[in-house]
Design a protein around this ligand. Structure first.
Ligand code: DUC
Ligand code: ZN
Ligand code: ZN
Length: 499
């Protein structure tokens, strides 16, 4: 009998920060028994059932993608092309070993039922470990005071709300209710921050004048609408001193709003996505409806925004880089329900990116000299684990952690094409782009699930991971008297002293 099930020998182990077992980038062996990392060190003694020679390779934590849409109806009622199987396979080939998509509550639906149904889809199909967030569109007492707290306590410790989209948005009054519950239950609120009325007002006027092409999606989702809503939700969160995560930050104005708010003590965190770093509004400006492939919300911006977002990732304004994989096909099921007559208002918003996320970040970020290897690991895995209550189980290479590992060849060049990616969308916004650096071997909970370009994992072999309290809620800090007052006002009927 062998001492270990698997040893990865001689690779450069990269963590976001130094651990007691390995420096941030040390040549070391990593030994695995069952689903756990059980030894790390130079020239580990002992035998293993399987040995992987990782000489010249980077041994990094498997990626965690905490923002992707899988088998979920959009606000417009459109279903994406990927189910839990194809999405998790695609993620695995791109070096991601855990995904956290969304169970979406549409108006009138029971949050509990939505979550239970979604859990069942994942359980049957995912090939990698997973959790999910909730999307909340109702704030009735059953949702807010029974289903939501119960789900949070069962390990679904984050949820998303929309400030735009008529079918999903909640208003400021509802937002306050939701934020107060998040403060009490220690859940992380993810916010789609865009001003609905600005978008509605501009869109209406554009359409009346016959401006229907995809590029006008960008005009209507003007950066100021994103900045205004970002500012507003941050101020609302300060009423209760509760952390919020602004997802898919795209605009310079929103980014600087986050930066400024943090300086005055707001607990605000930020996420961006590869498309905001690598594509621009010009990509939407294609003949006919072709630009619909590049329509997402918030929309693509300009070169200045790209630079600011790279800086935001490097200087810690933004904590996570997620794919926001929203795999709408370029056909009547998604992007162009009315063929070439489809207006920018009728196109499903979002683009694919699960598999390309980390190769793009590695190639353009590390290869482009914008990020260190440690920052790459933080933005692709460690910070996701911390922000969403999965750390220290996942997100680093350390004793006792899950053996979720991607072994990267930093020199390998791969040209991204629809034919070679594993999602079901039928196009990639990165068609023909060559990246340098590729995850050649992917290990999920101790199982080698991708090697030599082949998958070895059955549908349903991924596990549900009950998540703990998101790290922003665990940081020792004094809740201000103002927030204490408003929290009490929100959650109890007691009279407070001195009032
Ligand atoms: N928001 C997302 O998070 N993804 C796709 C579209 C959207 O509006
Ligand atoms: Zn969104
Ligand atoms: Zn999204």
């Amino acid at each position: 009998m062998s001492d270990f099930d698997l040893i990865i020998r001689g690779g450069t182990v990269v963590n976001a920060t130094q651990t007691c077992e390995a420096d941030v980038a040390d040549v070391a062996d990593v030994a695995i028994r069952g689903d756990k990392i059980v030894a790390i060190g130079a020239h580990l003694a002992g035998s293993a059932a399987r040995v992987i020679d990782a000489t010249g390779r980077l041994v990094m934590p498997g990626g965690i993608d905490t923002h992707c849409h899988v088998e979920q109806l959009s606000g417009m009622g459109r279903m994406g092309a990927d189910d839990w199987y194809s999405a998790s396979v695609s993620a695995a080939f791109g070096g991601t070993t855990m995904i956290v998509p969304f169970a979406a509550q549409h108006r009138g639906n029971s949050l509990r039922k939505v979550a239970d149904d979604y859990a069942e889809l994942a359980r049957r199909k995912s090939v990698i470990d997973y959790s999910y967030h909730l999307i909340l569109s109702e704030t009735d007492p059953q949702t807010l005071h029974t289903d939501l707290p119960e789900l949070i306590r069962s390990g679904i410790t984050s949820f998303k709300v929309y400030m735009t989209y008529d079918q999903l948005k909640i208003d400021d009054y509802q937002l306050l209710d939701v934020l107060a519950v998040a403060a009490r239950e220690r859940a992380l609120v993810m916010v789609h921050a865009e001003n609905n009325d600005v978008i509605r007002w501009v869109s209406q006027r554009l359409l009346e004048r016959g401006y229907t092409a995809p590029k006008f999606h960008g005009t209507s989702h003007v950066a100021l609408a994103e900045a205004e809503a970002t500012h507003r939700v941050i101020q609302l969160s300060r009423l209760f001193d509760v952390p919020v995560m602004i997802v898919h930050v795209s605009a310079v104005e929103a980014l600087s709003t986050i930066q400024a708010a943090r300086k005055i003590g707001a607990q605000v965190y930020g996420e961006t996505c590869p498309h905001y770093l690598l594509l621009t509004e010009d990509d939407m400006d294609l003949p006919g409806t072709e630009g619909a492939k590049y329509c997402c919300s918030p929309p693509l911006r300009d070169a200045q925004a790209q630079e600011s977002l790279w800086e935001g990732l490097a200087n810690g304004t933004l904590q996570t880089l997620s794919s926001d994989h929203a795999p709408y096909r370029y056909d009547e099921s998604g992007k162009i329900p009315y063929g070439d007559k489809t207006t920018f208002k009728q196109m499903a918003n979002g683009m694919p990116g699960l598999e390309a996320r980390l190769p793009l970040l590695f190639s353009e970020g590390v290869g482009g000299g914008r990020l260190s290897l440690q920052q790459f690991v933080a933005l692709s895995a460690t910070n996701h684990a911390k922000m969403y209550g999965i750390f220290p189980r996942k997100g680093h290479i350390a004793l006792g952690a899950d053996a979720d590992i991607a072994i990267w060849n930093p020199e390998r060049e791969v040209t991204l094409t629809t034919a070679t990616l594993h999602d079901q969308v039928g196009y990639t916004p990165y068609e023909g782009r060559t990246v340098r650096g590729w995850p050649e071997i992917v290990i999920s909970a101790g199982r080698v699930i991708v090697s030599d370009g082949r998958l070895d994992a059955a549908p349903g072999s991924g596990r549900f991971i009950a998540r703990g309290v998101p790290e922003p809620h665990t940081v020792e800090r004094e809740v201000s008297p103002r927030a204490t007052f408003f929290r009490t006002l929100a959650l109890t009927r007691e009279k407070q002293k001195n009032y």
